[in-house]
Design a protein around this ligand. Structure first.
Ligand SMILES: [Mg+2]
Length: 138
């Protein structure tokens, strides 16, 4: 059995008869709001234990956030692994071709001349997303 979060969460959604889509699509507003609420609850639990710990509780809540985020992606038909790969690609372009990272005087990492922002709309279109007319990513 695969241990990738996407595969585990898909198994969970199947077992419990939860929503799952194979193609990116907008979902009913009530369902979208419910998923957002679940994620907000888990994120709040992370914030609660971030400083106080204990570490096993922090690990648990971090995993809950990822699990619920993957579930939310599945509900919307988004292959989140591919989106994360695109975010990673963009983040890595913050390093210049010389291997150096541009920083501001106060240490903040700058995007630099070689930075290429993530193009999530293109990732979703490759997954079959058809953006609404005139909508973002169209
Ligand atoms: Mg939790």
């Amino acid at each position: 059995m695969s241990t990738s979060p996407a595969a585990l969460v898909r198994e969970f959604h199947r077992a419990f008869g939860l929503d799952a889509r194979g193609t990116p699509a907008e979902v009913p507003a009530e369902l979208a709001a419910h998923r957002g609420q679940l994620l907000a609850e888990e994120a709040a639990e992370v914030a609660e234990v971030s400083v106080s710990g204990p570490l096993d509780r922090l690990a648990h809540e971090l995993a809950d956030v990822v699990y619920v985020a993957y579930g939310t992606a599945l509900v919307h038909g988004i292959d989140l692994d591919e989106v994360i790969a695109e975010i990673h690609r963009a983040n890595m372009t913050k390093i210049g071709p010389d291997g150096r990272v541009a920083r501001r005087a106060d240490g903040k990492v700058l995007k630099g001349a070689h930075y290429r922002a993530p193009d999530i709309a293109s990732v979703l279109r490759r997954q079959g997303w058809q953006p609404p007319e005139g909508g973002q990513g169209a």
